[in-house]
Design a protein around this ligand. Structure first.
Ligand code: F0G
Length: 439
Protein backbone atom coordinates (compact mmCIF):
# COMPACT_ATOMS: atom_id res chain seq x y z
CA UNK A 1 0.00 0.00 0.00
CA UNK A 2 2.66 2.49 -0.86
CA UNK A 3 1.64 4.07 -4.13
CA UNK A 4 -0.44 6.74 -2.49
CA UNK A 5 1.20 9.99 -3.51
CA UNK A 6 -0.60 13.01 -2.10
CA UNK A 7 -0.11 16.15 -4.17
CA UNK A 8 2.77 18.38 -3.18
CA UNK A 9 2.14 22.10 -2.94
CA UNK A 10 3.41 23.95 -5.97
CA UNK A 11 5.18 27.28 -6.27
CA UNK A 12 7.21 29.16 -3.71
CA UNK A 13 6.50 26.66 -0.91
CA UNK A 14 7.66 23.70 -2.97
CA UNK A 15 10.77 23.26 -0.85
CA UNK A 16 8.64 22.62 2.25
CA UNK A 17 7.25 19.10 2.43
CA UNK A 18 4.40 20.05 4.75
CA UNK A 19 3.91 23.83 4.56
CA UNK A 20 1.65 25.55 7.06
CA UNK A 21 0.54 29.18 7.09
CA UNK A 22 -0.35 31.40 10.02
CA UNK A 23 -3.92 32.58 9.71
CA UNK A 24 -3.13 35.73 11.69
CA UNK A 25 0.13 37.10 10.21
CA UNK A 26 0.31 35.04 6.99
CA UNK A 27 3.85 33.73 7.64
CA UNK A 28 4.63 30.31 6.14
CA UNK A 29 6.44 27.63 8.15
CA UNK A 30 7.60 24.08 7.74
CA UNK A 31 5.19 21.61 9.35
CA UNK A 32 7.75 18.85 9.27
CA UNK A 33 8.11 18.98 13.07
CA UNK A 34 5.63 19.45 15.95
CA UNK A 35 4.08 22.86 15.36
CA UNK A 36 0.66 24.08 16.42
CA UNK A 37 1.05 27.86 16.60
CA UNK A 38 2.97 30.45 14.61
CA UNK A 39 6.49 30.92 16.06
CA UNK A 40 6.24 34.62 15.12
CA UNK A 41 2.81 35.68 16.44
CA UNK A 42 1.29 32.59 18.18
CA UNK A 43 -1.63 32.51 15.71
CA UNK A 44 -3.21 29.23 14.65
CA UNK A 45 -1.90 27.56 11.51
CA UNK A 46 -3.50 26.11 8.39
CA UNK A 47 -1.97 23.34 6.30
CA UNK A 48 -1.29 24.81 2.84
CA UNK A 49 -3.00 22.93 0.05
CA UNK A 50 -2.49 23.64 -3.64
CA UNK A 51 -5.79 24.83 -5.09
CA UNK A 52 -4.28 26.46 -8.18
CA UNK A 53 -5.17 23.51 -10.43
CA UNK A 54 -8.67 22.36 -11.20
CA UNK A 55 -9.77 18.94 -10.02
CA UNK A 56 -12.37 16.56 -11.33
CA UNK A 57 -14.21 14.05 -9.14
CA UNK A 58 -12.28 11.20 -10.74
CA UNK A 59 -9.16 12.53 -8.97
CA UNK A 60 -10.62 10.71 -5.92
CA UNK A 61 -11.25 7.36 -7.55
CA UNK A 62 -10.28 4.53 -5.21
CA UNK A 63 -7.25 2.60 -6.46
CA UNK A 64 -7.18 -1.08 -5.42
CA UNK A 65 -4.21 -1.90 -3.23
CA UNK A 66 -3.81 1.63 -1.87
CA UNK A 67 -5.21 3.39 1.20
CA UNK A 68 -7.59 5.20 -1.13
CA UNK A 69 -9.49 1.91 -1.51
CA UNK A 70 -10.02 1.43 2.21
CA UNK A 71 -10.00 4.88 3.78
CA UNK A 72 -12.64 7.52 3.15
CA UNK A 73 -10.02 10.05 4.26
CA UNK A 74 -6.97 9.10 2.19
CA UNK A 75 -9.12 8.76 -0.92
CA UNK A 76 -9.08 12.56 -0.92
CA UNK A 77 -5.25 12.73 -0.85
CA UNK A 78 -5.06 15.33 -3.66
CA UNK A 79 -6.51 17.83 -1.16
CA UNK A 80 -4.58 16.61 1.91
CA UNK A 81 -1.04 17.26 3.23
CA UNK A 82 1.66 15.15 1.59
CA UNK A 83 2.36 12.81 4.51
CA UNK A 84 4.63 9.95 3.39
CA UNK A 85 2.62 6.78 2.73
CA UNK A 86 4.84 4.66 4.97
CA UNK A 87 3.86 6.79 8.00
CA UNK A 88 0.12 6.53 7.46
CA UNK A 89 -1.95 4.98 10.25
CA UNK A 90 -5.46 4.12 9.08
CA UNK A 91 -8.38 2.17 10.50
CA UNK A 92 -10.58 2.27 7.39
CA UNK A 93 -12.15 5.49 8.63
CA UNK A 94 -14.70 7.50 6.68
CA UNK A 95 -16.93 6.04 3.96
CA UNK A 96 -19.88 6.85 6.22
CA UNK A 97 -23.50 6.69 5.06
CA UNK A 98 -25.61 9.63 3.93
CA UNK A 99 -29.21 8.86 4.85
CA UNK A 100 -32.33 10.62 3.62
CA UNK A 101 -35.62 10.13 5.44
CA UNK A 102 -38.69 12.30 4.88
CA UNK A 103 -39.42 12.13 8.62
CA UNK A 104 -36.30 14.24 9.24
CA UNK A 105 -37.49 17.02 6.92
CA UNK A 106 -40.95 16.80 8.40
CA UNK A 107 -39.56 17.18 11.95
CA UNK A 108 -37.68 20.30 10.89
CA UNK A 109 -40.80 21.82 9.30
CA UNK A 110 -39.46 21.35 5.76
CA UNK A 111 -42.02 19.10 4.13
CA UNK A 112 -41.17 20.53 0.69
CA UNK A 113 -37.45 20.14 1.20
CA UNK A 114 -34.89 17.45 1.85
CA UNK A 115 -32.69 16.62 4.81
CA UNK A 116 -29.87 14.13 4.57
CA UNK A 117 -27.90 13.05 7.60
CA UNK A 118 -24.21 12.25 7.24
CA UNK A 119 -23.60 9.66 9.92
CA UNK A 120 -20.11 10.01 11.30
CA UNK A 121 -21.00 7.65 14.13
CA UNK A 122 -20.14 4.88 11.65
CA UNK A 123 -16.42 5.58 11.99
CA UNK A 124 -14.20 2.97 13.71
CA UNK A 125 -14.39 4.54 17.18
CA UNK A 126 -17.88 5.92 16.64
CA UNK A 127 -17.24 9.59 15.89
CA UNK A 128 -15.94 11.97 13.22
CA UNK A 129 -12.73 12.38 15.19
CA UNK A 130 -11.24 9.34 13.45
CA UNK A 131 -11.02 11.28 10.21
CA UNK A 132 -8.83 13.91 11.83
CA UNK A 133 -6.90 11.41 13.89
CA UNK A 134 -5.66 9.33 10.95
CA UNK A 135 -3.97 12.48 9.63
CA UNK A 136 -2.68 13.76 13.00
CA UNK A 137 -1.26 10.42 14.18
CA UNK A 138 0.24 9.76 10.74
CA UNK A 139 1.90 13.19 10.93
CA UNK A 140 3.14 12.42 14.46
CA UNK A 141 4.64 9.18 13.16
CA UNK A 142 6.16 10.88 10.11
CA UNK A 143 8.01 13.38 12.30
CA UNK A 144 9.04 10.82 14.93
CA UNK A 145 7.01 12.00 17.95
CA UNK A 146 7.35 9.77 21.00
CA UNK A 147 4.06 10.60 22.75
CA UNK A 148 0.74 11.87 21.39
CA UNK A 149 -1.70 13.77 23.59
CA UNK A 150 -5.07 15.51 23.65
CA UNK A 151 -7.57 17.17 25.98
CA UNK A 152 -11.05 15.88 25.35
CA UNK A 153 -14.73 15.72 26.16
CA UNK A 154 -14.51 12.02 25.30
CA UNK A 155 -14.54 11.40 21.56
CA UNK A 156 -11.14 12.81 20.65
CA UNK A 157 -9.66 10.81 23.52
CA UNK A 158 -11.20 7.51 22.34
CA UNK A 159 -10.06 8.19 18.79
CA UNK A 160 -6.53 9.15 19.80
CA UNK A 161 -6.29 6.06 22.02
CA UNK A 162 -7.23 3.86 19.08
CA UNK A 163 -4.94 5.41 16.46
CA UNK A 164 -2.03 5.67 18.89
CA UNK A 165 -2.43 1.98 19.71
CA UNK A 166 -2.48 1.19 15.98
CA UNK A 167 0.74 3.19 15.55
CA UNK A 168 2.24 1.58 18.65
CA UNK A 169 2.67 5.00 20.25
CA UNK A 170 1.76 5.88 23.84
CA UNK A 171 -1.22 8.26 24.21
CA UNK A 172 -1.90 10.73 27.01
CA UNK A 173 -5.40 12.17 27.40
CA UNK A 174 -6.63 14.89 29.73
CA UNK A 175 -10.34 14.82 30.50
CA UNK A 176 -12.49 17.00 32.75
CA UNK A 177 -13.12 14.80 35.79
CA UNK A 178 -16.70 13.53 36.04
CA UNK A 179 -17.79 15.48 32.97
CA UNK A 180 -17.55 13.00 30.11
CA UNK A 181 -19.94 10.14 29.37
CA UNK A 182 -19.19 6.80 30.98
CA UNK A 183 -19.19 5.16 27.55
CA UNK A 184 -16.44 7.42 26.24
CA UNK A 185 -14.36 7.09 29.41
CA UNK A 186 -14.69 3.30 29.22
CA UNK A 187 -13.72 3.30 25.54
CA UNK A 188 -10.63 5.46 26.12
CA UNK A 189 -9.46 3.33 29.04
CA UNK A 190 -10.06 0.08 27.15
CA UNK A 191 -8.11 1.31 24.14
CA UNK A 192 -5.09 1.79 26.36
CA UNK A 193 -4.53 5.55 26.71
CA UNK A 194 -3.03 7.01 29.86
CA UNK A 195 -6.08 8.87 31.20
CA UNK A 196 -5.53 11.90 33.42
CA UNK A 197 -8.69 13.29 35.01
CA UNK A 198 -8.30 17.03 35.58
CA UNK A 199 -10.21 18.85 38.28
CA UNK A 200 -11.79 21.46 36.04
CA UNK A 201 -13.52 21.74 32.70
CA UNK A 202 -12.39 20.98 29.13
CA UNK A 203 -11.15 24.54 28.58
CA UNK A 204 -8.81 24.28 31.56
CA UNK A 205 -7.57 20.84 30.48
CA UNK A 206 -6.81 22.09 26.96
CA UNK A 207 -4.95 25.15 28.27
CA UNK A 208 -2.85 22.92 30.53
CA UNK A 209 -2.02 20.60 27.64
CA UNK A 210 -1.18 23.43 25.24
CA UNK A 211 1.35 24.71 27.80
CA UNK A 212 2.79 21.21 28.25
CA UNK A 213 3.19 20.66 24.50
CA UNK A 214 4.45 24.15 23.57
CA UNK A 215 8.07 22.99 23.36
CA UNK A 216 7.18 20.22 20.91
CA UNK A 217 8.33 17.37 23.16
CA UNK A 218 4.80 15.93 23.22
CA UNK A 219 2.61 15.85 20.08
CA UNK A 220 -0.64 17.84 20.52
CA UNK A 221 -3.46 16.09 18.64
CA UNK A 222 -6.29 18.55 19.37
CA UNK A 223 -7.80 20.37 16.42
CA UNK A 224 -5.61 23.44 17.01
CA UNK A 225 -3.01 21.22 15.36
CA UNK A 226 -3.13 22.19 11.65
CA UNK A 227 -3.10 18.59 10.44
CA UNK A 228 -6.13 17.24 12.30
CA UNK A 229 -8.71 19.47 10.58
CA UNK A 230 -7.29 18.28 7.26
CA UNK A 231 -8.79 14.84 7.86
CA UNK A 232 -12.06 16.34 9.01
CA UNK A 233 -12.36 18.21 5.71
CA UNK A 234 -13.13 14.84 4.13
CA UNK A 235 -16.59 14.78 5.78
CA UNK A 236 -17.44 17.59 3.37
CA UNK A 237 -15.65 16.09 0.35
CA UNK A 238 -17.36 12.75 0.91
CA UNK A 239 -20.86 14.15 1.34
CA UNK A 240 -20.41 16.28 -1.79
CA UNK A 241 -19.25 13.17 -3.64
CA UNK A 242 -22.33 11.29 -2.38
CA UNK A 243 -24.47 14.13 -3.74
CA UNK A 244 -22.69 13.90 -7.11
CA UNK A 245 -20.87 17.19 -6.37
CA UNK A 246 -24.16 19.14 -6.36
CA UNK A 247 -23.72 21.36 -3.30
CA UNK A 248 -26.67 21.37 -0.89
CA UNK A 249 -28.07 24.71 0.29
CA UNK A 250 -27.04 24.20 3.91
CA UNK A 251 -24.68 22.01 5.93
CA UNK A 252 -25.48 21.98 9.66
CA UNK A 253 -23.18 20.71 12.39
CA UNK A 254 -22.77 20.99 16.16
CA UNK A 255 -20.08 23.39 17.41
CA UNK A 256 -17.91 22.92 20.49
CA UNK A 257 -14.22 23.71 20.19
CA UNK A 258 -15.03 24.69 16.57
CA UNK A 259 -12.28 22.72 14.82
CA UNK A 260 -14.89 21.02 12.68
CA UNK A 261 -16.57 24.26 11.61
CA UNK A 262 -13.14 25.57 10.65
CA UNK A 263 -12.36 22.37 8.73
CA UNK A 264 -15.68 22.54 6.87
CA UNK A 265 -14.98 26.11 5.77
CA UNK A 266 -11.52 25.13 4.52
CA UNK A 267 -12.91 22.11 2.67
CA UNK A 268 -15.63 24.11 0.97
CA UNK A 269 -13.14 26.79 -0.06
CA UNK A 270 -10.84 24.17 -1.57
CA UNK A 271 -13.71 22.35 -3.35
CA UNK A 272 -14.86 25.66 -4.80
CA UNK A 273 -11.39 26.92 -5.81
CA UNK A 274 -10.55 23.68 -7.60
CA UNK A 275 -13.86 23.73 -9.47
CA UNK A 276 -15.38 20.66 -7.82
CA UNK A 277 -18.46 22.67 -6.84
CA UNK A 278 -19.82 25.85 -8.39
CA UNK A 279 -21.43 27.37 -5.29
CA UNK A 280 -20.82 27.37 -1.55
CA UNK A 281 -23.41 25.86 0.78
CA UNK A 282 -24.17 27.94 3.87
CA UNK A 283 -22.75 26.49 7.08
CA UNK A 284 -25.00 26.43 10.15
CA UNK A 285 -23.05 25.87 13.35
CA UNK A 286 -25.28 24.89 16.24
CA UNK A 287 -24.25 25.28 19.86
CA UNK A 288 -25.94 24.19 23.07
CA UNK A 289 -27.52 27.19 24.81
CA UNK A 290 -25.43 26.62 27.95
CA UNK A 291 -22.18 26.52 25.94
CA UNK A 292 -22.72 29.11 23.22
CA UNK A 293 -19.96 31.75 23.22
CA UNK A 294 -19.64 31.49 19.43
CA UNK A 295 -23.39 32.00 18.89
CA UNK A 296 -23.25 35.08 21.14
CA UNK A 297 -20.23 36.41 19.25
CA UNK A 298 -22.05 35.90 15.93
CA UNK A 299 -25.17 37.62 17.33
CA UNK A 300 -23.02 40.67 18.19
CA UNK A 301 -21.87 40.86 14.54
CA UNK A 302 -18.58 39.26 15.62
CA UNK A 303 -17.94 42.30 17.77
CA UNK A 304 -17.83 41.14 21.39
CA UNK A 305 -16.37 37.71 22.21
CA UNK A 306 -16.81 36.43 25.77
CA UNK A 307 -15.91 32.94 27.00
CA UNK A 308 -18.57 31.32 29.18
CA UNK A 309 -18.73 28.73 31.95
CA UNK A 310 -20.22 25.89 29.92
CA UNK A 311 -23.01 23.55 30.98
CA UNK A 312 -25.10 21.25 28.79
CA UNK A 313 -26.46 17.73 28.63
CA UNK A 314 -24.52 17.38 25.35
CA UNK A 315 -21.20 16.80 27.14
CA UNK A 316 -19.26 16.50 23.86
CA UNK A 317 -19.79 20.22 23.24
CA UNK A 318 -19.57 21.40 26.85
CA UNK A 319 -16.91 23.97 25.93
CA UNK A 320 -16.88 27.61 27.03
CA UNK A 321 -13.84 29.05 25.24
CA UNK A 322 -13.47 27.39 21.82
CA UNK A 323 -9.86 27.34 20.63
CA UNK A 324 -10.78 27.59 16.93
CA UNK A 325 -13.31 30.43 17.23
CA UNK A 326 -11.33 32.72 14.88
CA UNK A 327 -10.98 30.07 12.20
CA UNK A 328 -14.65 29.14 12.52
CA UNK A 329 -15.65 32.79 12.14
CA UNK A 330 -13.84 32.80 8.79
CA UNK A 331 -15.98 29.85 7.69
CA UNK A 332 -19.25 31.47 8.76
CA UNK A 333 -18.37 34.74 7.04
CA UNK A 334 -17.18 33.10 3.85
CA UNK A 335 -20.28 30.92 3.48
CA UNK A 336 -22.76 33.56 4.76
CA UNK A 337 -23.57 31.00 7.41
CA UNK A 338 -25.38 31.10 10.74
CA UNK A 339 -24.51 30.32 14.33
CA UNK A 340 -27.43 29.57 16.59
CA UNK A 341 -27.99 27.93 19.94
CA UNK A 342 -30.62 25.41 20.98
CA UNK A 343 -31.74 24.37 24.45
CA UNK A 344 -30.90 21.02 26.00
CA UNK A 345 -34.57 20.15 25.71
CA UNK A 346 -34.53 20.85 21.96
CA UNK A 347 -31.39 18.73 21.60
CA UNK A 348 -32.92 15.80 23.49
CA UNK A 349 -36.20 15.93 21.54
CA UNK A 350 -34.34 16.05 18.20
CA UNK A 351 -32.19 13.15 19.35
CA UNK A 352 -35.23 11.11 20.39
CA UNK A 353 -36.63 11.69 16.91
CA UNK A 354 -33.41 10.67 15.13
CA UNK A 355 -33.18 7.61 17.38
CA UNK A 356 -36.83 6.66 16.93
CA UNK A 357 -36.61 6.54 13.14
CA UNK A 358 -33.86 3.97 13.45
CA UNK A 359 -30.81 6.14 12.81
CA UNK A 360 -29.61 7.09 16.30
CA UNK A 361 -26.87 9.47 17.47
CA UNK A 362 -25.37 10.94 20.61
CA UNK A 363 -26.85 14.15 22.11
CA UNK A 364 -24.39 16.69 20.64
CA UNK A 365 -25.02 15.34 17.14
CA UNK A 366 -28.74 16.01 17.39
CA UNK A 367 -28.04 19.72 17.89
CA UNK A 368 -27.66 19.89 14.11
CA UNK A 369 -31.27 18.85 13.45
CA UNK A 370 -32.59 20.95 16.36
CA UNK A 371 -30.73 23.95 14.93
CA UNK A 372 -32.11 23.44 11.43
CA UNK A 373 -35.61 23.24 12.91
CA UNK A 374 -34.99 26.58 14.66
CA UNK A 375 -33.62 28.18 11.49
CA UNK A 376 -36.63 26.98 9.50
CA UNK A 377 -38.99 28.34 12.18
CA UNK A 378 -37.26 31.73 12.05
CA UNK A 379 -37.49 31.78 8.24
CA UNK A 380 -33.72 31.69 7.67
CA UNK A 381 -33.77 28.26 6.00
CA UNK A 382 -36.42 27.87 3.28
CA UNK A 383 -38.88 25.02 3.69
CA UNK A 384 -37.89 23.65 0.26
CA UNK A 385 -34.14 23.78 0.91
CA UNK A 386 -31.69 20.90 0.64
CA UNK A 387 -29.89 20.40 3.93
CA UNK A 388 -27.25 18.02 5.22
CA UNK A 389 -27.07 17.56 9.00
CA UNK A 390 -23.86 16.01 10.26
CA UNK A 391 -24.36 13.43 13.00
CA UNK A 392 -21.01 13.54 14.70
CA UNK A 393 -21.23 10.58 17.08
CA UNK A 394 -22.78 7.15 17.60
CA UNK A 395 -25.91 6.45 19.66
CA UNK A 396 -23.96 4.22 22.06
CA UNK A 397 -21.49 6.94 23.02
CA UNK A 398 -23.77 8.16 25.79
CA UNK A 399 -26.07 5.46 27.23
CA UNK A 400 -26.63 7.52 30.40
CA UNK A 401 -28.38 10.26 28.40
CA UNK A 402 -30.62 7.61 26.85
CA UNK A 403 -31.53 6.12 30.22
CA UNK A 404 -32.28 9.57 31.67
CA UNK A 405 -34.58 10.40 28.78
CA UNK A 406 -36.48 7.15 28.51
CA UNK A 407 -36.34 5.76 32.03
CA UNK A 408 -36.03 8.93 34.08
CA UNK A 409 -39.77 9.19 34.70
CA UNK A 410 -40.04 12.72 33.27
CA UNK A 411 -43.58 12.84 31.86
CA UNK A 412 -42.74 15.74 29.53
CA UNK A 413 -40.45 13.49 27.46
CA UNK A 414 -42.64 13.06 24.39
CA UNK A 415 -40.86 10.07 22.87
CA UNK A 416 -40.01 8.15 26.05
CA UNK A 417 -40.01 4.42 25.27
CA UNK A 418 -40.27 2.64 28.61
CA UNK A 419 -39.76 -1.13 28.78
CA UNK A 420 -42.72 -3.08 30.16
CA UNK A 421 -42.26 -5.71 32.84
CA UNK A 422 -44.41 -8.83 32.92
CA UNK A 423 -44.65 -12.05 34.92
CA UNK A 424 -43.20 -15.00 32.99
CA UNK A 425 -46.54 -16.24 31.64
CA UNK A 426 -47.86 -16.67 28.08
CA UNK A 427 -51.05 -14.74 28.95
CA UNK A 428 -49.11 -11.71 30.04
CA UNK A 429 -46.86 -11.87 26.96
CA UNK A 430 -49.87 -12.21 24.64
CA UNK A 431 -51.51 -9.14 26.17
CA UNK A 432 -48.37 -7.14 25.35
CA UNK A 433 -48.29 -8.51 21.79
CA UNK A 434 -52.00 -7.71 21.26
CA UNK A 435 -51.48 -4.16 22.47
CA UNK A 436 -48.47 -3.76 20.14
CA UNK A 437 -50.46 -4.98 17.12
CA UNK A 438 -53.36 -2.65 17.94
CA UNK A 439 -50.79 0.19 18.21
N1 F0G B 1 -19.99 16.44 18.19
C1 F0G B 1 -19.32 15.53 18.91
C2 F0G B 1 -19.91 14.17 19.06
C3 F0G B 1 -18.07 15.86 19.48
O1 F0G B 1 -17.41 14.94 20.17
C4 F0G B 1 -17.57 17.16 19.32
C5 F0G B 1 -16.30 17.55 19.91
C6 F0G B 1 -18.31 18.07 18.56
C7 F0G B 1 -19.52 17.68 18.01
C8 F0G B 1 -17.85 19.46 18.32
O2 F0G B 1 -16.82 19.53 17.39
O3 F0G B 1 -15.16 20.72 18.79
O4 F0G B 1 -14.88 20.54 16.32
O5 F0G B 1 -16.66 21.99 17.30
N2 F0G B 1 -15.65 16.84 20.73
C9 F0G B 1 -14.31 17.14 21.23
C10 F0G B 1 -13.77 15.96 21.98
C11 F0G B 1 -14.18 18.43 21.90
O6 F0G B 1 -12.87 16.14 22.81
O7 F0G B 1 -14.19 14.84 21.75
P1 F0G B 1 -15.81 20.78 17.44
Amino acid sequence: MSDLAPAAVQGSHQELALPVRCMSCGATHDGNHPITTCPECSGLLDALIDTSRSLRPDAFAATPGTFSATSGVWRFAPLLPAIPAEAIVTRWEGNTPLYADPRLASYAGMDGGQIHVKHEGHNPTGSFKDRGMTVAVSHARAIGSALVACASTGNTSASLASYAAAANLPALVLIPEGKISTGKLAQTIALGALVVQVEGDFDIALRLLRDLTADGSVYLANSVNPFRPEGQKTIVFELLDQLDWQAPDVIALPGGNLGNTAAFGKALGEAYETGLIDRLPRIATIQAAGAAPFAAWYASGFDRYEPVKAETVATAIRIGDPASADRARRCIERTSGWVVSVTDNEILEAKAHIDRIGIGCEPASAASLAGVRALVASGEIATDASVVCVLTGNLLKDPDAIADYHLGGDETRRSANRPVSIPATMDALKRVVDDAIRG
